[in-house]
Design a protein around this ligand. Structure first.
Ligand code: C5P
Length: 424
């Protein structure tokens, strides 16, 4: 049966340097089979046992091992890297890695990530039995348990070195079960009261200081059954960039986002949702706001009654999916009688008749401004770093040059701030 806890879980797997590293490959495979996404970081010693390429092939994501190359590579520092997971798993957790963790060392990507993470760690120790039974290792294990780390294994068994006893890494399926158990509980490690980021709070400077902005971003995923969904190609890059720009302009910013691979924009309150109905509820909860920007690619339809069990091929032909229309969140917000944001901005992703369709959308949805962009394949489509937008409002049409999505986000926020000042 498909376990709902793992179906969309984001696991960060840290692979230590031990013979059991090859078993971590199977662990990745098992996790992905159950619908989890897995990012892998390897210690230098782990790379002596298994190649990063093997983990890359199985996880479908680049493998990280260099603390300093990380930022250049992926635009993501070790802080973001450690925080976008729901759970950190260390397998195999070698004696050396346990000792470094217990000491709070941060001398490579693995230990820095483990120190910087805001999620719990599940450790699967693997080592020679004398190393495991050594008082120093047992001291480190007790320290780590006291710090909130979870353990799975080690098992008793024959060691690679020929001895028999405790020290074998738990089998991948036992680690999967321990991950499922860990995910049933909250995995975030709370900070002491009064410290940490205050996400989304308004600043006293910037063109949107004292204002509140709600942005939707990314796709929605409408379940067919526990493992399949209807979705679209939205990357969320434009919406996330807009939330970051609103925040940089001083606004208290709430980002309601569908599933994306993007890190949270700094200091923005992020509400993660999957379906259009969840997005609608999250937007309602986030209002009131001065500005609402709907940059999400909301699925137009959802499956009428998603199956609770995985649909099986039964030789009786393909199943028929009955679709129901999703609520139009932009239109709902734009036509609110009470508490309508002063400025409501929508997007129009079109493959043809850009301006005409955008004009019609402006009227139909009741919003103040439409950012129209072509998603025709010849124009680059979804997902790229650039965007070419045409701004359609009741004042007229303005075609902006092609620019980076981050630049477009800043320009749109500057325009929104100006309109807000003028009263739309
Ligand atoms: O109607 P269409 O999907 O082309 O409109 C696009 C605009 O409407 C975008 O701003 C999108 O975020 C918003 N939208 C919405 N809820 C929907 C469909 C679209 O908020 N169900």
């Amino acid at each position: 049966m498909i376990e709902p806890t793992l179906a969309r879980a984001r696991i960060l797997l840290i692979v230590g340097g031990g013979v059991a590293a090859y078993k971590a490959l199977d662990l990745v495979r098992r996790l992905r089979e159950r619908g989890a996404s897995v990012r892998v970081a390897m210690t230098a010693a782990a790379r002596e046992f298994v190649t990063p390429l093997s983990f890359e092939a199985l996880s479908g994501q680049p493998v990280r091992f260099d603390l300093f190359a990380l930022t250049e590579d992926s635009g993501m520092g070790h802080i973001e890297f450690s925080r976008e997971a729901d759970l950190v798993v260390v397998a195999p957790a070698t004696a050396n890695l346990l000792a470094r963790m217990a000491q709070g060392l941060a001398d490579d990507l693995a230990t820095t990530t483990l120190l910087a993470t805001d999620k719990r760690a599940l450790l699967a120790p693997a080592m020679n039995l004398r190393m495991w039974l050594h008082p120093a290792t047992q001291r480190n294990v007790a320290t780590l348990r006291g710090d909130g780390a979870l353990f799975v294994g080690p098992d008793d068994g024959e060691m690679a070195c020929g001895e028999y006893g405790p020290g074998r890494m738990a089998e991948p399926l036992a680690i999967v079960a321990a991950i499922e158990r860990a995910l049933q509980e909250p995995t975030a490690i709370p900070l002491p009261p009064g410290v940490g980021a205050r996400p989304g709070k308004a600043q006293t400077s910037g063109v949107l200081a004292g204002r509140r902005v709600v942005v939707t971003s990314g796709p929605t995923q409408e379940p067919i059954d526990p493992v399949r969904y209807l979705g679209n190609r939205s990357s969320g890059r434009q919406g996330h960039a807009i939330a970051a720009a609103a925040r940089a302009a001083g606004a208290e910013t709430i980002l309601v986002s569908g599933p994306t691979g993007l890190p949270d924009p700094p200091d923005v309150a992020v509400v993660r949702i999957e379906t259009a109905l969840e997005m609608q509820a999250a937007v309602r909860a986030a209002l009131p706001a001065d500005i609402f920007i709907a940059a999400a690619a909301v699925a137009d339809w959802r499956v009428d009654r998603a199956s609770e069990q995985k649909l099986k091929k039964r030789g009786a032909g393909a199943p028929t999916l009955t679709l129901t229309e999703n609520p139009d969140i932009l239109a709902e917000v734009a036509t609110l009688r009470k508490g309508r944001p002063s400025l409501v901005i929508g997007f129009a992703a079109e493959t043809e008749n850009l301006v005409d369709n955008a004009r019609r959308k402006l009227a139909r949805k009741g919003c103040d401004l439409i950012v129209a962009n072509s998603v025709a394949a010849k124009d680059g489509g979804f997902g790229g770093p650039d965007n070419q937008a045409t701004i359609v409002s009741h004042d007229g049409v303005e075609a902006w040059p092609r620019m980076a999505k981050t630049e477009l986000a800043s320009a749109l926020i500057a325009l929104a701030a100006k309109r807000l000042e003028k009263g739309r």
